[in-house]
Structure formats: C-alpha cells, structure tokens
Ligand binder design. Structure first.
Ligand SMILES: Nc1ncnc2c1ncn2[C@@H]1O[C@H](COP(=O)(O)OP(=O)(O)OP(=O)(O)O)[C@@H](O)[C@H]1O
Length: 757
C-alpha cells in the first residue's frame, strides 16, 4: 500500500501514517484525562494556561487534548470521542481534517482554536455564513472560557468599534466574507485607530473544501463613490421584443449571444443609431441586455426578492446575498426586471477568498468531504488531509444511480419514489440543483397530496430550524444544495429508525462528486440508518457534455429507465470531466491572480511605510524644492515642519490609493483583452505579466510626482491645507460585495475559459 500510495503520489499518505501513530497514543490521553478529572475548574484553567510552556511537542498536544476533552464534558456535556481527539490533533498539526457529517466538527474546531490561542497565537474560525459563526461561537464559548481563552464573533451587523473589540480577542468566529471585507477595509485606513484586524495568524476553516476550493476564486470587492450605472430602459424594452434565431443567436455552449443582421437592422432603425460605427456604447449595452435576456434566467441564476435582484450561487445553489454581476450586467438584469438600478461604484480593491486565506501564517480546517480535492488542496494551499474514520460505522446504504432518458421521465420516477416511501412515514430529503427544480418538484408533489418544506437558502436561521426537523416521521423536504447546511438532521425516534432512517434523493448529480457526497452525508449520521440515491437523465447538463452518453437514449424501458452498466459508468465519467475542467480553470486563474497579489503586497508595504512617516516625505520635500518648502512652513507658522510632514503623508496616502484603483482597473482591462493575444500567438500569461510589470514599474514614482504636483500650487494657511478642496477627496461611502462566480463565471473565469476554448 505504502509503495503504491507513493507511486501514485496520493496526498495525505504521510499524514495518515502520523495519525496512526497518534491513534496508538489514545490510551495515554485517556489516562491523562483521569488525572485531570480531579482538578477543580480554576485548576483546569490554570493547567491549560501552562500546558504549552510546560511541555513540548507531542506531549504538550496530548496533555492539551486531555484538558480540552475534560473542559468539553464539563461545559457542554460533550466528551470528545477518540475520533474527535484525533481530529483535534490533525488541526493542531495544520491539516485539513476530514470527518463525516455529524461527527462533531464544531467541537474540534473550538478545541483547536483554544489550543492555538494557548500557544500565544491569534485564531480566526471561518464559517460559511453569519448565522453559523454566531451560533457556533455562542455554543462553544463556555468551553473556550474554561480553557482560559477569550473569544468573540464578527457578523455583518457590527459597527467598527464592535468589530475591533471582537478582533482584539484571541479567537474570533466569523463568516469568510465578513473577515475578508474587514481585511479590505483595513487597507484604506489613514489612522492607526481605524485598524480592525491585526496580522492574519491562524485560520481554522469550517467546510474547508467549499471555502478553499469551490469559493476560492470569488473576488470580494470593496467599492466606493456613488455614480449610478443606468441601464437604458428603451434598450431593455426593445430587446425584450426580440426572438432567438431571428434577431439574435446564442452560441452552442450557451455562453455568448450575438445579434443577427435582422436584429442589427431592428436596433438601428428603432433606436436610430449606427451600431457598428459611432455607437459602440449602444452596441455594448444591447449585448448586455441580450445576455441578460437570453442567458441569465430568473429563478435559476437569480431571484427577485423585495424588488431586488438576488444572485444564486451555482456551487451552493443558494442566494448569494452580497453578490453582484460585473460590468453593467447587474443593471441590465435590473432593467429586464424593470427594477430600479442599484448603486455601483469604483472598485477600490478586491481580494479573492484564496488570497485572503493565503494571507494567514497557519491554515487548517475541517470538512466532511475533502479527499476528492486532495490534489487541489495540496497544489494551491500546500495542505494535507487527515482522514478520520467515524466513531460509529456508517450504516447508510448508497444505492446505485437510476438513469433515465428524459428529464421528464426522471422527475416522474422521483415523484413515484417519494410517494411510495412516504407511505411508511419515512422522512425524505430531496436535494436539487436549482431553485426552479425545487419548485417544479414541490408542485408535482403537491399535486399528489404531499406538501413538502421547500428550502431555497434564503434565510439561514429559519432554514436551520426546518432542516433540523427533516428527520421527523413523515417529513418531506426539498432543498437546494447546502441550504440549511451545518445543521444536524436528527432522526425522529424509533419508528423512523425502523422505517430505514432518512432517505436522501438527489434530483441530479452535481458537477462535483464532493457536492453529491455532502448531500448523501445528510443521511446516516453517527451510525444512524439511512439511504441515498441519485436520479440522473441524459438531458441533465452534466450528461449533455458527454456525447457518447446520448446514444443510450434508445435504451430506455417504458418508464424511460436505462438499465445499462456502461451508461451508468458514463455518469461518473461526465463528473470527472467537469471536475477536471474546474481544476484547470482554477490553475489558470491562480496564475493571473498571483502577480496581482504580489503587486498589492508591495503597495501595502509602501502604504505602511508612508503611515509610519518613513516613505516618501523626503522625496516630496525635495520635489517641492527648498524655496517652496520654506514658503509653506512660514505660512503655517509655528510647527510648520510637522504640519507640512503630516500634509505630505496624507497626500501620499491619497495618491497611492487612487493610483492603486487605476492600476487595478488597468489589470482588469488587460486581463479581459488578453485573450486576443492568443490570436497573435502570444502566450496570455506571459503577455499579462510583461505588461502589468511594465505598468507597475512607474507606480511609486507616479505617486511621488502626483503628490508633489498636488502641493506645488496649493494655498496653505496657518491651519495647513484642506485636502478635499484640492480634489483629494476620499469616497464618502464604501460598500462591499462579491462578484459572481456563478452561472457564467466571474470575469476572470470567463476570460480564462475564452482563452482555453
Ligand atoms: N463528543 C460528543 N458527545 C456528544 N455529542 C456530540 C459530541 N460531539 C458532537 N456531538 C453532537 O453531535 C452533533 C453534530 O455536531 P456538529 O454539528 O458539530 O457536527 P458536524 O461534524 O459539524 O456536522 P456537519 O458536517 O453537519 O457540519 C451535535 O448535536 C453535537 O452536539
């Protein structure tokens, strides 16, 4: 095994071996626990405080594990199972710990956070949303207190002071977006007291595969200023009246849309413009409106909630509250829905989830499904997986897929299965791939007299309640991927166990086997009985990517079911293809963002240098010339030199920030245009690197020049000078959002796909 594992270079082999060694030490930890049981609470706290100074290496970790286990039992009534102790050790050694659903990852995350904090580290525990961050923190706080560490949580509702107070603690729970936005906000502060987060030290990532892989490329954006990007209602109305095939065509992969000559004529005559001449802007607007009409689908890609367009994230099948589409598309969709245009602004800075995480010195995490992305975790984060077997054997039965010719036959079969199984009172959870699919299934079930609970991932806390009840007798729940995630489904008693436990039905395979496994894992927690089965049709998106699958269309029986092993194997094959594409795109995006990240780091170093009064001041004084400096200092009068230095410092900060905004816009444009270079036989990554480095070379000289220029003619008084009146005005308001990774990918991703395609 060892040899083959090495040969195949499987991730985690080393780690697995080490975990085996730790496993052999479990009796030792148990024994230590018996000694500790005699300690009073205060003694326990004191012992925890000394464990990492009094002992080294593995011994310290084992002693700490015993203390944490005892603390968990006293405060939460939960004594960590051996498997959880191993999970804790895996986290403290900096791995991604894979444990099945319901094995108690929340507890090991908290114990590990305390373990790091007691070594003098600062820890962020990242959740997927505010609700879970708050819930987990409230739940784990007594444990953390008994171990003698301070903790807080950060949610979107908090103001700056409250955030600062939370970040001052040794352990902070927060949603990845909230912490990411604070990192962005911190980049634009001008005074020390505005700083929210200190150095990013240890991060413990819950649902590590979702955050580190599925959502890694989502850019978090900080925007400022308030220009509203209006979409033209006339264009929206005109486009609405157009027909596919006649006025416009959609490319085969359904990623691009273009006007036909008839469509062009229609637009030109109605709007009295010349699309391919003077009116290029109108053409772009028409294209966006067409895109919004033909390729962005209500209830699949977005919902309209309270008069607002809410994007649905593809990988999570849930509403992405903070997400917007880039480049006028948001406005085009709003115009299509006849909604008011929402505010847009200038991008001040952006950071991908991946970059955010890479900024930590130590990364670890836990998840139910990581092994399938072992290679990706190693390639992008240098992380290894520690796989921990469940403490009770999994009893869930995963049935083979049921494959159908048509989407409609598949739906019918799902309904029949639900009706049949529901008779015995067995609880059923149906996992769908879109809100539209959920609604269609719910409607058909209702027609058969079954009223399911439908979760569309709109409200995290309400959904947690519903999903918690999904294991009750007779419950039928329809849920998009990951709605109500992070919540345990407990079975509703002995008769439910007898009926076979929870039945999970997948209404179609997801583009990644991990997402399938997450759904399956909802059944059979902690040794419960349960069943999972997926229904697939040749018409599913995933299957249409494999042309050879389509020849089985003639093999359906009278219900459209295909009973053919080779056909079934193609489902797996289709999924492998989709997963491979995803990694390839990830790798490409990674190469693009690397350089940007490097440049940003240099800019941030400069910024810190300016704030510390070390960078730029001498150069600007020289640039102004001795005469001008003397003149200014004399005008200011007393303390003239200091006031001037402070003015220069603020000016430099302003100029550096605006230069960065420009550079970012330049990089984004460059990236968008770079695919054309493949036509000129240039390598896109190299072309991107050469040009962005060239542009960046003059970054700092430009900042100095602009600062000198701004102060050369400025009118000083004894008070100094008012920067805003010199046009150096910081955005009056800033806001944050995510650009989309859904449907047709983020801008980066689209470009990358174009290059590849
Ligand atoms: N050592 C323990 N003893 C008793 N109960 C435990 C223990 N550890 C965890 N639990 C309970 O098990 C349930 C599942 O825990 P938790 O939600 O942390 O699981 P999870 O691994 O995070 O699952 P998911 O993958 O769904 O997020 C909770 O109700 C928790 O209280």
């Amino acid at each position: 095994m060892g040899f083959f594992a090495k040969l195949l270079n499987r991730p985690g082999t080393e780690v697995t071996r080490r975990m085996d060694r730790h496993r052999a030490q479990l009796p030792v930890i148990e024994k230590l626990g018996e000694e500790i049981a005699g300690l009073g609470d205060e003694e326990l706290t004191a012992a925890a405080g000394e464990v990492f100074t009094g002992y080294d290496g593995r011994e310290a970790i084992y002693r700490f594990a015993a203390l944490a286990r005892e603390a968990g039992e006293r405060t939460l009534g939960e004594r960590a199972y051996d498997t959880q102790v191993l999970g804790l050790i895996g986290l403290l050694e900096g791995h991604v710990v894979e444990m099945a659903t319901g094995e108690g990852k929340t507890l090991i995350g908290a114990m590990a956070a305390a373990g790091y904090a007691l070594q003098g580290r600062t820890v962020h525990v990242l959740s997927v949303n505010d609700y879970l961050a708050d819930r987990d923190h409230d739940w784990m706080r007594p444990l953390l207190q008994l171990l003698g560490v301070e903790s807080g949580s950060v949610t979107s509702a908090l103001d700056r002071e409250a955030r600062q107070a939370a970040y001052a603690k040794e352990i902070v729970y927060g949603a990845v977006t909230e912490i990411g936005f604070d990192v962005l906000r911190d980049r634009f502060i001008t005074e020390d007291e505005e700083q929210r987060i200190g150095a990013r030290d240890v991060v413990i990532v819950d649902e590590a595969d979702s955050i580190l892989i599925d959502e890694a490329r989502v850019p978090l954006v900080l925007a400022g200023s308030t220009e509203v990007e209006e979409a033209d209602a006339a264009i929206a109305a005109l486009v609405e009246s157009m027909h596919e095939g006649e006025h416009y065509e959609v490319s085969e992969d359904r990623r691009a849309v273009s006007l036909t000559p008839a469509g062009t004529d229609l637009v030109e005559s109605r709007l009295e413009v010349e699309l391919y001449g003077e009116d290029a802007q109108t053409l772009a607007a028409v294209n966006l409106a067409l895109y919004a009409k033909a390729l962005v689908t209500k209830d699949v890609d977005y919902l309209v909630v309270d008069g607002e367009v809410k994007l649905i994230s593809e990988s999570r099948g849930r509403v992405a509250n903070l997400q917007r589409w880039p480049d006028g598309l948001q406005a085009a969709v709003e115009a299509k829905e006849r909604l008011a245009t929402s505010v847009s602004g200038e991008i001040l800075d952006q950071i991908t989830v991946e970059e955010l995480i890479m900024g930590y010195s130590t990364i670890c995490g836990m998840t139910g499904t990581a092994v399938a992305v072992g290679d990706d975790l190693r390639e992008f984060y240098e992380l290894e997986i520690a796989r921990i077997e469940p403490h009770l054997p999994v009893q869930r039965v995963d049935e083979p897929d049921r494959l159908y010719t048509l989407q409609s036959s598949k739906e019918k079969a799902i309904i029949e299965e639900v009706v049949e199984q529901h008779r015995s009172g067995r609880p059923i959870l149906i996992g769908t791939r879109s809100v539209a699919e959920s609604e269609s299934l719910a409607e058909k079930l209702a027609a058969r007299g079954i009223e399911p609970q439908v979760l569309n991932a709109k409200d995290d806390s309400r959904e947690a309640e519903i999903i918690a009840r999904a294991g009750q007798r007779g419950a039928v729940t329809v849920s998009t991927q990951m709605a109500g995630r992070g919540t345990d489904i407990r079975l509703g008693g002995e008769d439910v166990v007898e009926a076979g436990g929870l039945l999970v039905i997948g209404a179609g395979r997801y583009p990644s086997s991990r997402l399938d496994d997450q759904l399956r894992g909802r059944a059979g927690r902690q040794g419960d009985p349960g069943t999972s089965v997926f229904f697939t049709s040749l018409e599913d998106d995933l299957m249409t990517r494999v042309p050879e699958a389509q020849r089985f269309v003639t093999e359906g029986d009278e219900h459209g079911r295909i009973d053919n092993r080779r056909a079934a194997a193609l489902v797996e094959h289709a999924q492998r293809i989709a997963e491979g594409e995803n990694t390839a795109v990830h790798r490409d995006t990674w190469r693009f963002t690397q350089l940007m990240a490097k440049q940003r780091e240099l800019v941030l170093q400069r910024r810190a240098g300016i704030r510390a009064g070390e960078d730029g001041i001498t150069e600007v004084r020289e640039g102004l010339g001795a005469d001008r400096v003397k003149e200014i200092e004399e005008t200011i009068g007393e303390d003239g030199a200091n006031v001037l230095d402070e003015t220069i410092r603020q000016t430099l900060l302003f100029q550096l920030d605006s230069r960065w905004v420009e550079h970012l816009a330049f990089l984004n444009d460059l990236r968008e245009g770079i695919h054309l270079r493949t036509l000129a036989r240039e390598r896109p990554h190299e072309a991107f690197n050469t040009e962005s480095i060239a542009a960046f070379n003059s970054f700092w000289p430009d900042v100095l020049d602009a600062s000198v220029e701004a102060l050369r003619e400025a009118e000083f008084t004894s008070e100094g000078v008012d920067l805003p009146t010199l046009g150096m005005k910081r955005p009056s308001s800033t806001w944050t959002y995510l650009t989309t990774e859904s449907a047709f990918g983020s801008d980066i991703e689209t470009i990358v796909k174009k290059i590849r395609g």
